[in-house]
Design a protein around this ligand. Structure first.
Ligand code: PNS
Length: 168
């Protein structure tokens, strides 16, 4: 069984993330979405909130592969989350050249830390190349329409909160 870990902040998960996850599920038997605990936020719960938003989003957007996708929370090194999941691959999405430098550095560093682990990149679909979680949050905070940018349940959470759901 080939397992990959897809680490990230997912704050919140966007349709760009969903697209990368769908591609990864086409290559790997099992994909573990690893949600990074944000050290700047109050401990306990906030990453779990993002994880449950991701589970709901996967169930509604990727029902065919949902059985092969797990969502976990981690607060250490990505390579340790990989080892815990039994994964030899890290999945990351590339939207544009501007992502490349930081991703290259992380991939080399992770490989240095754990030579048995390789990073695999998927090109995010062109229509999501402009998306970012921080922009989505900002647009939602000011009442903009994010329905074409995030899964329906995430959009509902953002709308329900009015100024951005603290659980996302
Ligand atoms: O969605 P993001 O914010 O781009 O994800 C960044 C993430 C979570 C992949 C990165 O910050 C990370 O791997 N953090 C865990 C700590 C770690 O392993 N640092 C060394 C990376 S070389």
């Amino acid at each position: 069984m080939r397992t990959a870990v897809y680490p990230g902040s997912f704050d919140p998960i966007t349709l760009g993330h969903v697209d990368v996850l769908r591609r990864a599920a086409g290559v790997f038997d099992r994909v573990v979405v690893a949600v990074l605990v944000n050290p700047r936020k109050a401990p306990g719960g906030e990453a779990e909130g993002r994880a449950s938003a991701i589970r709901e989003a996967i169930a509604e957007t990727l029902p065919d592969v949902a059985g092969r996708v797990e969502v976990t929370v981690f607060d250490g090194l990505t390579v340790d989350a990989c080892r815990a999941a039994g994964a030899h691959h890290i999945v990351r999405g590339l939207r544009a050249v501007s992502d490349f430098e930081a991703e290259l550095q992380m991939a080399h560093m992770n490989h240095r830390l754990a030579p048995e682990i390789d990073t695999v990149f998927f090109m995010t679909a062109l229509e999501y190349g402009y998306l970012s979680s921080s922009l989505v949050k900002e647009i939602a905070r000011f009442g903009g329409d994010v329905s074409a940018m995030v899964p329906p349940s995430v959009g509902a959470r953002l709308r329900a909160s009015g100024r951005g759901d603290p659980r996302l």
